[in-house]
Write a protein that binds this ligand. Structure first.
Ligand code: ZN
Length: 230
């Protein structure tokens, strides 16, 4: 007999997730060693603000992700979990994820949804590099008509660049082809549906209902929000 009313009803919870859940891609977040404040021995304190901006692994974020495979869970919009909004733990645009009970997610783990249409994204400003390619923040799932432009602020004149004529994309990489392209070092605006990297925030609160562990509830925030535009 349990001495309290806490029990983990794994079968019931897993049945619920199997019925309503979907597969997502899970990545385990680890602190990048480039951020370590080196101690003589033992544990090194990590300060993400000290990440090496030239680090080839994290690009200065201070975090790297290892593939954790596909896991099953329930993805919900934040409006289904209004108390998280009201408490300030979550903000509009966040999502909530309840993983299969076999998994415990922690802060800075990462989730990608496997929806082929991607997530509507406000787009981003990208500086044209010197090579043939530039990198976007997220994987590009689709680019709408007139979704890539430059503007001359002096005249307001808009120049558009056509998908599959002036540029193509694959994952996060934009490849320019031909001669009609933004000048090196200039900034262009790209609007696309994104394979968003969702960064996990696990609020430290239990979820129990009548003694049953309902599983973890993780707030998912878009990576560019968590890392302030990176
Ligand atoms: Zn690093």
């Amino acid at each position: 007999m349990p001495i309290n009313n806490s029990s983990i009803n794994i079968a019931a919870q897993n049945d619920f997730i199997r019925a309503r859940g979907e597969w997502v891609h899970y990545f385990i977040g680890l602190k990048c060693p480039c951020t370590g404040a080196v101690m003589m021995t033992g544990s090194n304190l990590s300060d993400p603000n000290r990440a090496d901006i030239n680090c080839q692994a994290c690009g200065g974020l201070g975090w790297v992700w290892q593939d954790g495979g596909q896991i099953l869970g329930i993805v919900e919009g934040i409006m289904q979990q209004k108390e998280l909004l009201l408490s300030g733990i979550a903000a509009p645009g966040d999502m909530v994820f309840t993983p299969d009970l076999r998994y415990t997610l922690s802060d800075y783990d990462k989730i990608q949804l496997t929806w082929p249409e991607g997530i509507p994204f406000e787009g981003e400003l990208i500086t044209r590099g010197s090579g043939a390619t530039d990198n976007a923040i997220y994987g590009i799932m689709s680019v709408g008509p007139n979704g890539c432009i430059t503007i001359d602020p002096k005249t307001g004149v808009v120049t558009t660049y056509a998908l599959n004529v002036d540029f193509t994309y694959s994952g996060k990489v934009i490849t320019w082809q031909g001669t009609h392209m933004p000048a090196m070092g200039s900034v262009y605006s790209l609007k696309y549906a994104a394979l968003v990297d969702w960064i996990c925030y696990a609020p430290p609160q239990p979820r129990r209902e009548r003694g049953t562990n309902l599983g973890q509830r993780v707030v998912l925030k878009k990576k560019h929000v968590v890392f302030n535009g990176v």
